[in-house]
Design a protein around this ligand. Structure first.
Ligand SMILES: [Zn+2]
Length: 323
């Protein structure tokens, strides 16, 4: 039974669960011109409460193992060390409406956030794939950059959509932390950035979401390790035979590598391949720390899976302010 792509979750839920451990997802209409073979609609609520959100922040930052059950995150052993941004994590029990698209052939499935909407001006989220989008309800939704193909490999014999949704849940948890810790910045003439508005811990973000000037932008704290980003980083860290970062399922050498080499040459940048560059020196730098950061989801009873100690991070583009 197909439901409309508009978030008619209750209707979608009438259909039988089709993704293992995600009974809150059901098959829906395939978005037009998406090229998908099947689509599913449902919701993910990564944090059951603020305390859990704080524990997950500690866990992600210390590279501890996460547990995932129906899209809910938990951690068995909570690192003792407090995180400086814990106090910013309020009102985190947010459900996200997510569309999942599946494709024929070797191309990997993708997930899309339908609501709450990502508003580029307020979100400026760098973890998106605007080149891979679907139309739903008359507007385009970019795919979520929930992993980099060379860092996360699908395990054979396990439900691929479930693995994608586990990755998506981790992504949404990090995105929510980013939203709650975001501050308003302005880029100055010399390229450095200055605080325009600094939220205090426990201060709700919503009232200030609307306060922005033309030359200001929001940026928050994206926890955990970052995947390599951009042609130079890709070339330096991904071997030709590794799976490409772009989710095509093809080796990097047969997929995006030639384009990226050409782009670097055009730009006059040195082309340093992974074979010649020590991988340990190529870890991307982090975003500087900002100064100062209706429970109807089934699943707690279902078996929890362990997320690897190094959660695969989304392909990362550096946040840049409006020019
Ligand atoms: Zn590729």
């Amino acid at each position: 039974m197909a439901a409309a792509v508009d978030p008619l979750i209750s209707e979608a839920l009438l259909a039988a669960p089709q993704i293992s451990d995600y009974p809150q997802f059901a098959q829906c209409e395939i978005p037009l011109q998406s090229g998908a073979s099947r689509a599913f609609l449902g919701f993910i609520r990564p944090f059951s409460d603020d305390q859990t959100a704080r524990e997950i922040l500690r866990a992600v930052e210390s590279n501890a193992q996460l547990q995932i059950s129906s899209g809910r995150l938990s951690v068995e052993t909570v690192p003792e060390r407090m995180h400086p941004f814990e106090d910013y994590l309020i009102a985190t029990a947010v459900p996200f409406t997510v569309l999942v698209a599946e494709f024929e052939g070797g191309e990997h499935p993708r997930s899309f956030l339908l609501s709450p909407k990502m508003t580029p001006r307020f979100s400026l989220s760098p973890h998106l794939r605007p080149d891979k989008y679907v139309w739903a309800g008359g507007r385009p939704y970019p795919a979520l950059c929930v992993y980099s193909g060379n860092l996360f490999q699908y395990r054979n014999g396990e439900d691929k959509l479930q693995q994608l949704l586990d990755q998506t849940a981790t992504y949404l948890a990090k995105y929510l932390i980013w939203l709650r810790t975001r501050q308003l910045f302005r880029r100055s003439a010399d390229g450095s950035r200055q605080f325009v508005y600094k939220r205090k811990p426990h201060e709700p973000a919503t009232e200030f979401d609307l306060m922005h000037a033309r030359d200001a932008y929001w940026d928050g704290y994206w926890p955990g390790r970052l995947a390599p980003s951009g042609p130079a980083q890709h070339l330096a860290t991904i071997k030709r035979t590794d799976e490409c970062w772009c989710w095509s399922g093809k080796p990097y050498g047969d997929c995006c590598r030639p384009k990226e080499v050409a782009a670097l040459k055009r730009a006059g940048s040195p082309v340093l391949a992974s074979e010649t560059w020590n991988r340990t020196t190529s870890t991307p730098s982090r975003t500087p720390l900002p100064e100062g950061a209706n429970d109807n989801s089934p699943g707690w009873s279902s078996p929890r899976r362990t997320q690897p100690g190094e959660p695969a991070d989304p392909h990362f583009r550096r946040p840049v302010g409006p020019a």
